[in-house]
Design a protein. Structure first.
Length: 465
């Protein structure tokens, strides 16, 4: 667009040109008075042109100054935006079932918890009159706690169960991470095996394999180290007793646990091979040991397997073997554990066995999770609420437990189990488990003897975070 001031200057210049060339503009000569008037007008026009030029110069200077100021402001804004982009926010909040707060210099804090409700029934031969049979339900786990990290590679975790009107500490430890090495001090799992170390939030059945409870697997207070190098994982520690069993009375039980795991991966197929060794001196206050187990559910106190108290107990030693595979929707796992109760001299040392084999298949496009030598939960690929139907999984398991040896008859169990699991969204699960348990030399006698079958059916709904 042409500047109006330039148009005005052009018009004045044209007028001046006409005034300077009167002969071309007028056919007749002019008088002296007319010439003087034209000269005066020309001088006036020259002054006006000079004024307009001066004004135009001022406008151009103002425009240049404004352009420079705008450019400087843009540069400052760009520098500020770049500086802000480089700065990290002092606190980050992510949501993983519950808010996880992460600050600068390695600090983090996350509330944790789980709520597991079970219900179901146990059916035995009619001749067995036991209050633990029939329908029952319970709050299997109501657990709350916190975990997090601290500067320098330190971390912490503390959780407690609130069930049956009592509070029982589960995890309570301080950890230190340095590259592949992790050192843990306090109450934590003592590397019993794949089945026990995998969280109860992620198991394939409502209850773990029978030997885990029968052999007294539990968290204990101790000091341990874990070292992971590629596909190898080495774990070991020295432990005393469960935190609830420590006190003023003389409890000097102590033991150690070792576990080694190889985790090679072939394409998309994850494999797992492990072995463990455990030894525990029962201490001076333990003079007898007992091994028993429920019928694949926890909401009954009835035990069809029970060795009774075995006196002159001195120490326990055991060996475990474990293997697993995850390939797409399919998974399989097998584990065995051999436990020997070492008694004082001149008394027989009974050895007991427990083991299980399981296989599972997702009916949806999902897979079982796995990390650092244990099973993890499924990450639902098509959750409910986002147009999907969640993750559906079926599992079968054979569970063997033999508590008869060296004259002690605790009975044997062959359990045939099946389960259906629906995970509509991450952190929420619904489970249904059935078990047919064949007992031989059961601790509870029926009308036809101690060999019979028991059925248990159970359901669970849970949320974890």
């Amino acid at each position: 667009m042409t500047n109006p001031m330039l148009k005005t200057i052009g018009l004045l210049a044209g007028t001046a040109a006409i005034a300077l060339c009167p002969a071309a503009a007028m056919a007749a000569p002019i008088s002296d008075e007319q010439a003087a008037a034209l000269l005066s007008r020309l001088n006036q026009l020259e002054r006006e042109v000079a004024d307009l030029k001066a004004q135009l110069g001022n406008v151009q200077e103002t425009q240049q100054a404004s352009t420079s100021a705008i450019a400087a402001t843009d540069a400052k804004l760009a520098a500020t935006e770049e500086k802000l982009a480089q700065q990290k926010p002092p606190v980050k909040i992510a949501f993983k079932g519950a808010p996880e707060i992460k600050g600068e210099d390695g600090w983090s804090f996350k509330p944790r918890g789980r709520m597991l409700y079970d219900f179901g029934t146990v059916n035995a031969p009619d001749s067995i009159n036991d209050a633990g049979l029939g329908f029952a339900n319970e709050a299997r786990r109501i657990r709350l706690g916190v975990s997090g990290s601290m500067p320098g590679g330190f971390g912490y975790k503390m959780e407690a169960d609130f069930t049956s009107g009592t509070v029982e500490m589960t995890d309570a430890f301080l950890s230190y991470d340095h590259g592949p090495l992790t050192i843990t001090a306090g109450q934590h799992n003592n590397f019993q095996g794949l089945e026990e170390l995998s969280s109860s939030n992620d198991t394939s059945f409502i209850e773990r394999a029978g030997y885990t409870d029968a052999f007294g697997f539990e968290r204990r207070v101790g000091l341990s180290a874990q070292y992971g190098a590629g596909i190898l994982l080495l774990q070991g520690g020295v432990f005393t007793d469960n935190i609830t069993d420590l006190g003023d009375d003389v409890n000097n039980s102590i033991g150690f646990d070792l576990r080694a795991v190889a985790m090679p991966k072939f394409g998309d197929t994850q494999t797992h091979f492990g072995a463990s060794y455990h030894y525990a001196d029962l201490g001076d206050t333990v003079i007898a040991q007992r091994y028993r187990q429920r019928p694949a559910v926890h909401f009954t106190d009835t035990r069809f397997l029970n060795t009774g108290n075995i006196d002159n107990a001195k120490s326990e030693s055991s060996i475990g073997l474990e293997a697993a595979i995850i390939s797409g929707r399919f998974h399989a796992a097998a584990e065995g554990h051999w436990l020997t109760l070492n008694r004082n001299a001149n008394f027989a040392d009974p050895s007991f066995f427990g083991g299980s084999v399981e296989a599972g298949l997702f009916l949806t496009d999902d897979t079982r999770g796995y990390k650092e030598g244990v099973f993890k939960g499924v990450k639902v690929s098509n959750p409910v609420g986002s147009g999907g139907m969640g993750a559906w999984q079926v599992n079968v398991r054979y569970d063997r437990l033999d508590l008869t040896d060296a004259g002690f008859v605790g009975g044997t169990q062959d359990a045939y189990q099946a389960s259906l699991i629906w995970t509509p969204i991450d952190y929420v699960r619904f489970m249904l488990s059935y078990a047919k348990l064949d007992y031989r030399d059961a601790a509870i006698a029926a009308a036809n003897g101690n060999d019979y079958s028991v059925d248990s059916l159970a359901g669970r709904f849970q949320i974890s975070f």
